[in-house]
Design a protein around this ligand. Structure first.
Ligand code: MEV
Length: 430
């Protein structure tokens, strides 16, 4: 079993980092190569989208220290923003003291929507659909024999009625489909399209849209963690102070949509990074997450933080997680395949549970920083490095230039350029 605690990982040169990963997992040289060159060839890319002119790369970092449902997992994260990987890894380390994250999921059921317009008799249409319901479900169930073989298939057909809309009344049927390890869009869209003629016959109406809903509120993963207050103490802040500060930060997001948007953005920093690393559709995840956050009529925090009777900090994140481990880019993109292998997840549900745990860890990292020293302090060093690189510092110069900017509490490209000039022309002053 992998050990996700690799001491001093961040200090290792790239080859040693890769070797350390290889030691913990069954990744081979070929898998590693996917990260070395970004994974995609032009030919691969040219088959994925249209008008392809090249490739666009982003860093892959490893989230360390994660333990999810008792299993250590090394988490690949793809994003451009500094501090996210380090923040999530640090919070995963704190959560380890109580066994890491516990996660659970509902079955991987997606919703396909079928809109039916021009219905002359609503009551009769509803009665007819109800009468044919089991036949329609059976029909949808037979559409994807592969999914059926692995235990998936159509589960239900739910009727929703909209009496008032800009085009008058219409019906919407929700086809509930268990998509197992797929993200499910293809299976569900196909099933909805195939059912359309039968539904027109049953309702006497005209089927209009037939499409998956990204509000995947039947495919929800919940991750939770417990952190003893003593683990939270640092730099003169007591554990209780940090814990209560985190709870007050959560309270802000719970009641104010302006804050909730930013709070949830922090959660998505962690979530999207793993979704991207595994070749999944992060727009679908974003759409589902924010719609879910507003499901009770006002937009609120996706996570909850409170203290238990023993005074430990308790956290929970519940979110729709429509990700797959088969189909789409997950199977085409070599780096996505390597990412799934690195995590050692066997099902889409296991992948979802790791992703939501990373979201919770990332949320904790952000609100812990905000509730104590502020976000800029942690950000400053990494931000300074980016500014130094943007100003033209080479790899031998980046550390010294960024350290000098942090010292001067001014992180600007013009200052970095001046410092680079001084370093090159006047040498080190110290
Ligand atoms: C920045 O990318 C994310 C944060 O704004 C999240 C938050 O405010 O909770 C730091």
């Amino acid at each position: 079993m992998a050990n996700s605690r690799i001491a001093g990982f961040f200090k290792l040169p790239k080859e040693q980092k890769l070797a350390a990963l290889q030691q913990q997992t069954d990744l081979n040289q070929q898998d590693m190569l996917a990260w070395d060159n970004g994974g995609l060839t032009y030919e691969n890319a040219d088959h994925m989208i249209e008008n392809v002119i090249g490739l666009h790369s982003l860093p892959v970092g490893i989230g360390l220290n994660f333990q999810v449902n008792g299993r250590d997992v090394l988490v690949p994260m793809v994003l451009e923003e500094p501090s996210v990987v380090a923040g999530a890894s640090f919070m995963a380390k704190l959560a380890r003291s109580t066994g890491g994250f516990t996660a659970k999921s509902t079955p991987p059921e997606m919703i396909g929507q079928i809109q039916v317009l021009n219905i002359a008799d609503m009551e009769q249409a509803i009665t007819n659909v109800n009468l044919r319901k089991s036949q329609l479900i059976e029909m949808a169930d037979g559409i994807d024999p592969i999914l059926k073989k692995f235990g998936g298939g159509a589960r239900d057909l739910i009727i929703r009625r909209f009496d008032q809309s800009p085009v008058g009344p219409f019906l919407v049927l929700h086809l509930i489909y268990d998509v197992r390890d797929a993200m499910g869009a293809n299976a569900v869209n196909t099933a909805c399209e195939k059912l359309a003629p039968e539904i027109e016959q049953a309702t006497g109406g005209k089927v209009h849209l037939k499409i998956l809903s990204n509000l995947a509120d039947r495919r929800v993963t919940t991750a939770s963690c417990r952190i003893p207050a003593s683990e939270l103490a640092f730099d003169g802040y007591s554990g209780e102070e940090v814990r209560d500060g985190i709870i007050a930060a959560y309270a802000f997001a719970a009641v104010d949509p302006y804050r909730a948007a930013t709070h949830n953005k922090g959660i998505m920093n962690g979530i999207d990074a793993v979704v991207m690393a595994t070749g999944n559709d992060w727009r679908a995840i974003e759409a589902g997450a924010h719609a879910f956050a507003a499901r009770n009529g006002s937009y609120t925090s996706l996570s909850k933080w409170w203290k238990n009777d023993a005074g430990d900090l308790m956290g929970e994140l519940e979110i729709p997680m429509a990700v797959g481990t088969i189909g789409g880019a997950t199977k085409v993109h070599p780096a996505a395949k390597a990412a799934i292998k690195l995590m050692g997840v066997r099902t889409a549900t296991e992948l979802a549970e790791v992703i939501v745990s990373v979201g919770l860890a990332q949320n904790l990292a952000a609100i812990r920083a905000l509730a104590t020293e502020g976000i800029q302090k942690g950000h400053m060093g990494l931000h300074a490095r980016q500014v130094a690189i943007a100003a033209g510092a080479n790899s031998d110069e980046v550390d010294v230039i960024s350290a000098r900017m942090v010292e001067q509490k001014a992180i600007r490209v013009d200052l970095a350029e001046k410092l680079i000039w001084e370093l090159r022309n006047l040498g080190a002053k110290e």
